[in-house]
Design a protein. Structure first.
Length: 472
């Protein structure tokens, strides 16, 4: 297209990179690629501990709403995300950055949308046949668009692969069942693993574990897309052995459709985790609510504001982009997912999220930890996670002992009530933010200081750290 030709030449696309061909790439894909890979990432630099500034202001700013989700437009702590920000006066940044980003996202959003699903153009054969060179794998073709592009401090735009699934699990031209075992018991899905009592008996085997996705089958999808579904059952050794579909059909390991339904299950799983556990639970339910409440209610020199500045660093800027790209209509996630009522998800998902204290109860309470099956306790999320969780809990305990009482006190030593006016205001704002977004919550203004620090605040901090690392 004309837009693609102009962008490639004006923005410095490398000549050896694969080209966008009008037979498969539309203006949205080209504009998005240019905005991220050719404009944003070359200006990006790695951030470190000294990137977190001491807060200087308290107050409210204009907000941006999509469905039940409300996010601030500006971070009054003024973090610097690209080096050029150090040289532009803050008033000019505040005046120009948000309008510029809004215009860019608005431009992308209004571009035509054609999935090409009713044509023969949305196929790998066409894409690979039109490529500059012959690629051994489709992944190599994808990576050709990013190879050689680096951030301002010399780091590759596309992160180095940490786990090569194909090398480990692609065997005899199909995916080995050990892949689903790794996903369920060692990687991104271990928090969704359930132990059954009694176990399901099938094909002469006892299947004591399951990850359920049939509950998402009711989500309506567009024409030519498959439904989200699949309750996958595992043996005591962790291998997948049977999948029950939403209509009750059972697909056994080794059936002719086994590989297809495992693929459908993996796609369903990653979409559900990305949408609910990562985007809404982490970014909006925890990070956005905490960052907003902290800046609204706690003065810059308040100990709690200083502490939580570390855990909310970057949240407002990142979530503002997510409001456009991931929950806004006609943008990246909308165009790349099959949902019919995409905009309704920003109302439906928040209402169905568990309270943070319930979601993380196995780490918060020893008696709940003891209920986890040993195989689940041994998974990296829980075994390694518990080490990080306990370290963060110690940090909060030490913080409370240092600042919770005395002249800077937030808590009453006699009845364990929250007595500090700013701390009480922060708690009330957390309650209000949860209510406004219709999040299920056990929060109320009369929680004790012990509950506030050991359960509520701990749940927020864990969600934006260890949990985020796990699901994101």
């Amino acid at each position: 297209s004309t837009i693609g030709w102009m962008l490639e030449r004006l923005l410095g696309k490398r000549p050896e990179s694969e080209s966008f061909h009008p037979d498969w790439a539309d203006d949205f894909v080209i504009g998005l690629y240019a905005g991220i890979n050719l404009i944003s990432m070359p200006m990006y630099a790695s951030r470190h501990a000294n990137s977190v500034f001491v807060p200087r202001r308290k107050g409210t700013v204009e907000v941006f709403s999509v469905g039940n989700v409300v996010a601030p437009d500006v971070d009054i702590d003024n973090p610097k995300f690209v080096p050029v920000e150090w040289y532009i006066p803050q008033p000019l940044l505040e005046m120009g950055m948000v309008p510029a980003m809004t215009c860019f996202h608005g431009f992308l959003r209004q571009l035509p949308w054609d999935d090409m699903l009713e044509t023969d153009r949305n196929t790998w054969d066409l894409v690979m046949n039109l490529s500059k060179v012959a690629y051994e794998r489709k992944a190599d073709w994808v990576m050709s668009f990013y190879k050689g592009y680096k951030t301002i401090d010399g780091i590759e735009n596309w992160p180095e692969m940490e786990v090569d699934f194909a090398r480990m699990y692609w065997k005899r031209d199909e995916w080995d069942d050990a892949l689903e075992k790794a996903i369920a018991f060692g990687l991104i899905a271990s928090h969704r693993l359930e132990q059954l009592d009694p176990a399901v008996e099938f094909g002469g085997e006892s299947l004591p574990f399951v990850i359920r996705l049939n509950q998402f089958h009711a989500l309506q999808v567009r024409k030519n897309f498959g439904k989200f579904q699949g309750d996958l059952y595992f043996t005591k050794d962790g291998y997948p052995a049977m999948m029950e579909l939403a209509d009750g059909t059972r697909v056994a390991r080794g059936d002719k459709d086994w590989q297809y339904w495992k693929f459908a299950w993996r796609c369903s799983l990653i979409t559900v985790i990305t949408l609910t556990d990562h985007l809404h639970m982490t970014h909006f339910r925890a990070a956005n609510v905490m960052a907003t409440a902290v800046r609204k209610t706690l003065s810059p020199n308040h100990p709690l504001r200083r502490l939580l500045s570390v855990f909310t660093f970057g949240s407002i800027f990142v979530n503002l982009q997510a409001m456009h790209t991931l929950i806004g209509p006609r943008h990246v996630l909308h165009r790349s997912t099959p949902f019919v009522q995409f905009e309704d998800l920003s109302e439906v998902v928040p209402q169905n999220l568990l309270p943070l204290t319930e979601k993380h109860k196995a780490l918060l309470k020893d008696e709940e930890w003891a209920k986890l099956p040993s195989k689940v306790q041994e998974s990296p999320y829980f075994s390694d996670g518990k080490l990080l969780f306990d370290a963060e809990r110690k940090l909060l305990k030490d913080f409370r002992e240092l600042y919770g009482y005395g002249s800077m006190g937030m808590c009453s030593s006699s009845d364990d009530k929250i007595t500090g006016p700013e701390a009480a205001g922060f708690l009330n704002e957390l309650v209000a933010e949860n209510a406004h977004s219709h999040y299920a919550s056990s929060l109320h203004p009369n929680v004790t200081c012990t509950e506030f620090f050991e359960e509520i605040l701990m749940s927020y901090i864990w969600t934006v750290t260890g949990w985020h690392r796990h699901v994101g």
